[in-house]
Design a protein around this ligand. Structure first.
Ligand SMILES: *[C@@H]1O[C@H](CO)[C@@H](O)[C@H](O)[C@H]1NC(C)=O
Ligand SMILES: *[C@@H]1O[C@H](CO)[C@@H](O)[C@H](O)[C@H]1NC(C)=O
Ligand SMILES: *[C@@H]1O[C@H](CO)[C@@H](O)[C@H](O)[C@H]1NC(C)=O
Length: 217
């Protein structure tokens, strides 16, 4: 019983003590003034007299987007940059559309846990723990999967038809680091020798990947 209570307290402390995401709000609303030019943690509030319902509205999920890139997936973000009313509220969403076989390549959100709901189709999804254990599953329409905060994860449409998901984050601006682009499309670029040793490949192979992932002008 003592052990049980101890475990319960530890779990409680972990869940409610250290796993909170964005800082809590200090007033009802603080609609972001995205053009203020003031740099701070989050955005300054705009003049309350200018607040409108549209500050809390976004219609960008209503239609599927057509993934027209080389990975076959397209993310439509609904974060504080699109919905200024989310400022200080600690939540946001995104919609992801996938072509048949499309992949949302391995990436992390440094500031948020993500929960995914499948709108359409069937996907292989997974994340990696810090001990490199792959936790993966096939999920289909109506099902949910969770990617814990900061861990590398991915999704692949394994069906013959387009797929789509809606995701939610416990941050107004979760941030995304896509592993391949972060390493091979950085600006300024990372030394070839760093990447060649990390991936155990030679310089010309590093150059080849850098060229493929170079941001299109
Ligand atoms: C946003 O910030 C700018 C710069 O401080 C200011 O001029 C502008 O009036 C602000 N807009 C609103 C709606 O508060
Ligand atoms: C992909 O589609 C988006 C709009 O859905 C468009 O802005 C973009 O230019 C397209 N990119 C390519 C490479 O066709
Ligand atoms: C780099 O590695 C590739 C693939 O193993 C090989 O074909 C190529 O000859 C290598 N290039 C150099 C300069 O060593």
């Amino acid at each position: 019983m003592g052990t049980f209570r101890y475990l319960f307290l530890i779990t409680f402390a972990l869940v409610f003590g250290s796993s909170h995401a964005d800082p809590d709000l200090l007033q009802d609303i603080c609609v972001a003034n995205l053009s203020s030019g003031v740099t701070m943690n989050g955005f300054p509030c705009k003049n309350p007299s200018t607040i409108r319902a549209d500050d809390f509205f976004f219609a960008g999920f209503a239609q599927p987007s057509i993934p027209n890139n080389t990975v076959g997936s397209l993310v439509t973000a609904a974060n504080v940059e699109k919905i200024p009313g989310l400022n200080t509220l600690g939540v946001s969403m995104s919609r992801i559309d996938y072509a048949p076989g499309g992949v949302n390549p391995p990436h992390t959100h440094p500031r948020a846990t993500e929960i995914v709901f499948v709108l359409e189709g069937e996907l292989e999804v997974g994340f990696l723990t810090t001990s490199n254990k792959l936790i993966s599953k096939v999920i289909k329409k109506g099902e949910i999967f969770v990617f814990p905060k900061g861990l590398v994860h991915f999704q692949k449409n394994i069906g013959w038809t387009p797929a789509a998901v809606v995701t939610a984050f416990n941050s107004q601006f979760p941030g995304t680091q896509s592993i391949a682009a972060t390493l091979f499309a950085a600006s300024p670029t990372i030394l070839n020798d760093v990447l060649s040793k990390a991936f155990q490949i030679n310089n010309s192979e590093v150059e080849k990947i850098k060229l493929k992932l170079k941001p299109k002008k």
